[in-house]
Design a protein around this ligand. Structure first.
Ligand code: ZN
Ligand code: ZN
Length: 226
């Protein structure tokens, strides 16, 4: 939809800078969508549909029912996510969440509520927003699901997961979340995050939700690092 603002300040493609759309049609065509076969648990791409659960999940089972993602974390999505997270381009939240809405038809999980992975308040203050909340809010609104923005909070500061191995990632986010006074008994919660790599952030958040009465937790991310 073209608004007056678009006519005065036409959007540019977050990847190639072409004027007209936030993600131009050429860049949109390069997006790699997650397609089966995938691990039924963590959602990683697997080489054959004979593989139900991947080696990583066999070795270190996740406390989540399943993790699904809309796209593969590769160009142009990786660049666009970087812009949203680190270059103040919060306006990309909706167009990226729309990708999650499109892919949701493939992965629909019946859940009771959608909650974002929170940032530490200091980091959110510095960035001005939580990118996962931007995605989760628009995604839940467009897919007509209950949105629980303040379900979780960070209890301590954690270093970014980038550059850490699976074990270090799990340790880094252990006990980093808490649930704020909410009736979770019997509820299935869908956690939303921008990028999923080993699933350790989702796992740490899921753990505390399960300890607080949730019956199941699933994860849905914009992009899956493979
Ligand atoms: Zn483009
Ligand atoms: Zn797996």
């Amino acid at each position: 939809m073209e608004t007056l603002r678009d006519l005065v300040f036409p959007p540019v493609c977050a990847n190639c800078r072409k004027v007209g759309q936030q993600i131009c049609s050429e860049c949109r065509q390069q997006i790699q969508w997650v397609i089966k076969p995938i691990c039924s648990c963590c959602g990683r791409l697997v080489v054959s549909d004979q593989i139900v659960i991947c080696d990583a999940c066999k070795k270190r089972p996740l406390p989540l029912e399943q993790i699904r993602a809309a796209t593969v974390f590769t160009e142009p999505i990786s660049t666009i996510i970087h812009k949203m997270k680190y270059e103040g381009a919060f306006g990309l939240g909706r167009v990226l969440a729309d990708l999650m809405v499109s892919a949701w038809n493939e992965w629909i999980i019946p859940v009771d509520m959608v909650a974002p992975i929170p940032l530490h308040p200091d980091r959110e203050k510095k960035r001005g927003y939580n990118q996962s909340a931007l995605l989760a809010r628009w995604f839940s609104q467009q897919s007509r699901q209950v949105y629980a923005p303040d379900l979780l909070r960070r209890t301590r500061f954690t270093v970014p997961q980038v550059g850490l191995n699976a074990e270090e990632r799990a340790k880094n986010v252990q006990n980093a979340f808490a649930v704020d006074g909410c009736q979770l008994n019997g509820k299935h919660v869908l956690l939303v995050d921008d990028v999923c790599t080993t699933g350790s952030t989702l796992a740490a958040a899921a753990q505390v939700l399960l300890e607080t009465g949730a019956v199941a937790v699933s994860g849905y991310c914009l992009a899956r690092a493979m």
